[in-house]
Ligand binder design. Sequence first.
Ligand SMILES: O=P(O)(O)OC[C@@H](O)[C@H]1O[C@@H](OP(=O)(O)O)[C@@H](O)[C@@H](O)[C@@H]1O
Ligand SMILES: [Mg+2]
Ligand SMILES: [Zn+2]
Length: 179
Amino acid sequence: MLLKLLILDRDGVINHDSDAYIKSVEEWLPLPGSIEAIAQLSKAGWTVAVATNQSGIARGYYDLAVLEAMHEHLRELVAEQGGEVGLIVYCPHGPDEGCDCRKPKPGMLKTIAAHYDMALAGVWFVGDSLGDLEAAKAVDCQPVLVKTGKGEKTLGKTLPVGTLIFEDLAAIAAELIHN
Ligand SMILES: O=P(O)(O)OC[C@@H](O)[C@H]1O[C@@H](OP(=O)(O)O)[C@@H](O)[C@@H](O)[C@@H]1O
Ligand SMILES: [Mg+2]
Ligand SMILES: [Zn+2]
């Protein structure tokens, strides 16, 4: 069954990011319009999944219970708007652990595709960092850059060929729902 699947990076796409990491539910603040965008997409029949690097776990800045609380909070906010969030996959490892899931490796995207029994070709993966776009490219997803979070900085780098660029998640929702 062909699912309308959209995969999102978390920090800098759904919520504000920080160079000091997002270390608590209190620090986890939605970007303007992002919760509404996810709810509108969900209500329009899209399955919205999340693939997020969380090396702050390996670095000891916060633990899995806090990370899960952030994601429960996200789910509650979207549910209040009548939508729902699909599978959230995270990489808890540090950059030097050689795992298969840390972006720019595509392991989390593959996990999401397997969960939904979907091919990844052409599925939009929305991120703010170059590693997000490279992960997308590695599995033939459509790389999509938003200018929120680290997006403006990423714009100055060499992007994968064919990368789509949007202001923010709200603009992406408008594009996908109305076209
Ligand atoms: O954007 P997503 O994937 O949802 O999450 C990014 C976060 O895990 C953190 O990733 C870190 O990169 P390092 O993991 O230290 O290289 C830094 O960029 C932090 O500013 C950022 O909050
Ligand atoms: Mg990010
Ligand atoms: Zn990992």
